[in-house]
Design a protein around this ligand. Structure first.
Ligand code: PRX
Length: 631
């Protein structure tokens, strides 16, 4: 039973979860829990971290030297010890850690014990390739169990993984390999997607043409007959694993050692290499999976994100494994072989907690209720969303059609940089469609004007996190100065999220968009400049500007404005070539849906493209302050 009421202002509706959901929540009283955190923030995080196993405890919970923070100072740990051994010790040896379902209907099941053994043996295989603590390993793989094994094996021996989404093209992959200085690349011969076989190895080969740091490539060979390997340089995933020793004790990592680098699109220049650490990230992932997603011991949990993104890192892999949960993972896209596949999988595996993205929800909405209604979704207990605003229409559909008006909808706001959830409505709390909710206990956030003053309720402003938190990024691997731009004001020492938001009188926050030039397509960040650089590298293009154009399903589409080199004629073939060129450079997600050829672009007097003006014109709205526009 739920109760929906209308309230004035921006919020139109409030959904009150049924009592059984309030009882089921791990944080039963948000106000009390938040007040406890505020009373003594360090003690709050000390208590959370104490649930986990540490080889050596910390001397201090936090050390804040603006804009750099250290958490769990001098503590020693290993995230895999907490993801694996901790559960073996707690009678979960034979519990399923991972159900994996392939597009061809094959299934793989790993218990905690099997996963532990596989991780240790692959970790030794990496050691045999002379990978050690601090070395960077690039993982460019499809969504298969071996990807998780590879990530955990790196963490086991203190190697730093940098996972690159397997949909990226050769040049984006090259940029990430070179940027991180990866020593080893782990890939697969192919990936399966929507019934097609997509060769990955040729993309890696192209990406490695100018990547001198790479010593070896490990190839998971899926196809039969097996793809040929280049002697010495390329090695087979299972062959090196079979030859390796079985026992691999966890490397003792300092809490502040790097666990991984994950690249995310920046607004300018090269992608940002977001660095997360062994201790703080582990605590953030554990805490939020437990208290926000409320995953329980006998749940089957499915986060649909690819491990190539931060959501895949924190909530498809590390968070649930830290909790000792049963993860479900699949290669299946939501619409292949038909629009019922995800609902079928929820029924077949008895999924209890389902975490997905608004773009998928909006795609399903287009096709109505018939597909989900064919399946028994009664196992679902909690529904969660991430990546972009869950607009009220999508909320309602998710809530009524999928959750049958009983499952709480947890709309989680966070970023690659934050490592774990920051602002959300906790299970059991009142829900307001369109609002993500309040900062979770442990996190302080508010909405400010340009000068750093809090804005009154219901007025738009800049969303900032006002204190450091354990899973915050520690640096940009390639650009120390860029890290500092997040903590932009010495006076207030706030972390600026670059999101615009509104807070209502109850403290609920609504995210209204980015304040920078990031385009979010289906929850994936695409930097305007990345698309522009890709286009400009085509011989026919003189200048280009990319904007996000609102789209009912994907949130945004990439639209580009292109100035061609003098004398170039616009043809269908040229349009096709430009799209193909972007696809080859950045991958399919960045391909422009629309290309408009123009003679000039709006620029500031200092020569910066004013994408805001292009966007306003495109949407038929007021461009705002154009005083800097060069006439
Ligand atoms: O603009 C916000 C949007 O996604 C950005 C972060 O993107 P990324 O680093 O790729 O991480 C995505 C997964 C955490 C944010 O600055 N965003 C993320 N979650 C939400 C959101 N916008 C609205 N509602 C959300 N729940």
């Amino acid at each position: 039973m739920t109760n929906s009421t209308e309230t004035p202002g921006y919020s139109q509706k409030v959904y009150k979860p049924a009592q059984e959901y309030r009882d089921d929540a791990r944080i039963k009283d948000y106000a009390l829990s938040y007040a406890n955190f505020e009373k003594d923030p360090e003690d709050f995080w000390r208590r959370v971290a104490s649930d986990l196993l540490w080889f050596k405890p910390w001397d201090k919970v936090k050390e804040w030297d603006y804009p750099h923070a250290k958490w769990f100072v001098n503590a020693k740990c290993n995230i895999t010890y907490n993801c694996l051994e901790r559960h073996l010790k707690n009678n979960r040896r034979n519990k399923v850690a991972l159900f994996w379902h392939g597009e061809d209907e094959t299934e793989k099941i790993y218990t905690y014990d099997r996963l532990y053994k596989a991780v240790m043996q692959f970790a030794n295989a990496l050691k045999n390739l002379h990978v050690g603590k601090g070395d960077v390993v690039c993982i460019y793989m499809p969504t298969v169990p071996e990807q998780i094994i590879a990530m955990l094996a790196c963490a086991r021996i203190g190697a730093i993984h940098t996972v690159v989404f397997a949909g990226y093209g050769a040049s984006a992959l090259n940029e990430r390999i070179v940027g991180s200085g990866a020593k080893i690349v782990i890939t697969a011969d192919v990936a399966f997607r929507r019934g097609r076989t997509i060769p990955l190895k040729p993309i890696v080969e192209e990406a490695l043409i100018h990547a001198p740091s790479v010593e070896r490539v490990v190839v998971l060979r899926i196809q039969d007959p097996p793809t040929a390997l280049l002697d010495d340089f390329e090695v087979d995933f299972y062959e090196i694993m079979k030859k390796a020793d079985k026992e691999c004790p966890p490397e003792e990592m300092d809490a502040e050692d790097t666990l991984f680098i994950l690249y995310t699109s920046g607004t300018t220049g090269a992608p940002k290499g977001i660095v997360h650490t062994c201790g703080g990230y582990m605590v953030g992932a554990y805490y939020t999976t437990k208290y926000v997603l409320n995953v329980k011991d006998d749940d089957v949990y499915w986060c649909t994100a690819d491990p190539g993104w931060i959501t895949g890192h924190t909530y498809a892999i590390y968070g649930p494994l830290l909790l000792g949960s049963t993860i479900f993972m699949t290669e299946h896209t939501p619409d292949y072989p038909d629009l019922g596949i995800w609902w079928h999988l929820i029924e077949a595996y008895g999924i209890n907690v389902f975490y997905t993205a608004p773009t998928a929800i909006r795609m399903f909405m287009r096709y109505g209720e018939t597909w989900p209604n064919k399946y028994d979704l009664s196992s679902l207990r909690i529904l969660a969303s991430v990546g972009e605003p869950l607009n009220p229409e999508a909320f309602e559909w998710f809530y009524h059609v999928i959750g049958k008006e009983k499952c709480p909808i947890i709309d989680t706001w966070w970023q690659t940089e934050t490592g774990s959830h920051m602002i959300t409505t906790l299970a059991g709390e009142d829900m307001k469609p369109g609002y993500v909710g309040k900062p979770i206990p442990g996190i302080t956030a508010d909405v400010f004007d340009k000068e750093g003053n809090p804005v009154p309720p219901n007025q738009a402003g800049y969303l900032a996190i006002t204190n450091p938190w354990p899973s915050m990024m520690r640096r940009d691997h390639n650009d120390e100065e860029r890290y500092k731009t997040y903590w932009n004001s010495k006076d207030c020492q706030y972390y600026s999220t670059n999101d615009l938001a509104i807070k209502d009188e109850d403290g609920y926050i609504m995210i209204i968009g980015r304040s920078d030039d990031l385009i979010i397509v289906s929850g994936h960040n695409i930097g305007s400049t990345e698309v522009e650089s890709a286009l400009i590298s085509h011989h026919a293009v003189a200048e280009a500007a990319a904007i996000g154009k609102p789209d009912p399903v994907t949130g945004n589409q990439v639209k580009v404005f292109v100035i061609l080199i003098e004398g170039t004629t616009v043809t269908e073939k040229l349009i096709h070539d430009l799209k193909y060129h972007v696809r080859q450079t950045l991958g399919p997600i960045a391909v422009p849906a629309e290309i408009e050829f123009v003679d000039s672009l709006p620029k500031t007097r200092s020569g910066k493209i004013m994408r805001r003006v292009l966007k306003a014109k495109e949407m038929g709205i007021d461009p705002g302050d154009i005083s800097t526009l060069d006439e």
